[in-house]
Ligand binder design. Sequence first.
Ligand SMILES: Cc1cc2nc3c(=O)[nH]c(=O)nc-3n(C[C@H](O)[C@H](O)[C@H](O)COP(=O)(O)OP(=O)(O)OC[C@H]3O[C@@H](n4cnc5c(N)ncnc54)[C@H](O)[C@@H]3O)c2cc1C
Length: 456
Amino acid sequence: MDLATAGPMGSAVPGAAYDPVVASQPDVRDVLVVGAGPGGAACAYWLADAGWDVVVVEKKHFPREKTCGDGLTPRSVRQLTDMGLAGALAGAHRYRGLRSCAYGMTIELPWPQHPSFPEVGYMVTRHDLDQLVAERAAKAGAELLQGTEAAEPLRADSPRLAAPLTGALSDGHLPPCTGALVVDRKSHKSREIRARYVVVADGANSRFGRALGTVRERRYPLGMALRGYFRSPRHDDEFIESHLDIRDSTGRVVPGYGWIFPLGDGRVNVGVGLLSAEGRFKGVNTSHLMNAFVDHAPKSWALSATASLGPPTGGKLPMGLSVAPRVGRTTLAVGDAAGAINPFNGEGIAYGYETGRLAAACIGRALSGEGAAALDDYERQLQDAYGLYYQVARDFVRMISHPKVMELCVRTGMHSEPIMAVLLKIMANLLRPDERGAAEVAYQALAGVAKAIPGW
Ligand SMILES: Cc1cc2nc3c(=O)[nH]c(=O)nc-3n(C[C@H](O)[C@H](O)[C@H](O)COP(=O)(O)OP(=O)(O)OC[C@H]3O[C@@H](n4cnc5c(N)ncnc54)[C@H](O)[C@@H]3O)c2cc1C
């Protein structure tokens, strides 16, 4: 993946001219980023770091709560390190890998060696993490407007998109967007922010994206998850733990997992995630699932109603590049707004950082003179980076949506540490490009089937 970003002073495009006429219009910013979660903040950081004039609007004030498992995998750690935040991570709880539990069996799987990713993960609450990265973007030069909501997209031809909003164009692109009508949430005053390029980074619900015309592909899997914080004597465990045999009220094993992630500060993050393919499991009550999981979690974690630090909160996980279009002539969607979560494991922070960075690189090229063609390249790069992998993952989710298949897979895997190590490498997207070990061979076989029989 080429994640380099061109800047106004150093165009990556030979002979491409920076357009001083448009850029010098006082009211037109180079880039408006809507949302300062992982996707938006990373995108703003890379653009500002390259010297572009970036404004990020975030409807909340940092620090703010965000429902999440708070788990940073090696992929996230790599991105945070690249943004100069390795030092900030040093004080956070560091963990070595994943402990998988099911049907009375337990396997500890350290993170695998990889040439590009570290062998460690960290636990940082989103309360702290998102502030850290947003401030990093601001320090690099992005203007961060907190408590400011992008209420409506603006269009070149009319001051505002006419209601009802028009949706994607017939060529499969998002309509041209030249900024947003933003509202200060405290004063309720609104104003227009105009920009040459707009990044949609407003998360899973993505109201701004929907107003522009993004749609979630309903045939693709969707995750639903719930999490809460608990006090626990094992708050500094060196493995995050996942339970692969969570059950609904009828005792049936459901596709998904329960987790206990130690935060190292007296607390653990406890949650359940459910995968729904083709609408199946829509009726499952995640609150009941969560209560049952807490009741049946290993006693050593000492989870109970009295150890709970507040009611659990939940959210949706749009996955497998399920949201499209992701590209317009002036617009790109990143992170959850693009449905970029990994369907294998529900991880989305790293993919927010990565897609935000890819978008920044393409917009940098567009601003350097390549124009809209550079934005189309964003979709190509997404497909190169995740297209086939997510296709395999979506097929996998569809397969384990059948409870009997899920149970068979888990029971088989849990009897063999090498099989689970292979699965961890595949599911955490940590396959090595420089080696053909068991995981790489297994993945190639799955990818071969996915290519030959799409949607088998
Ligand atoms: C219960 C749960 C557990 C999870 N656990 C993990 C985990 O452990 N590890 C992991 O990697 N991933 C996890 N995920 C997924 C992860 O949280 C997301 O993939 C990630 O937050 C996506 O980042 P984002 O920047 O795209 O969106 P978000 O993090 O949702 O950020 C969007 C931002 O945009 C702001 N915003 C929204 N609309 C507007 C607007 N109109 N104007 C201005 N601002 C706006 C929001 O306030 C928010 O700050 C979990 C998800 C859930 C629901």
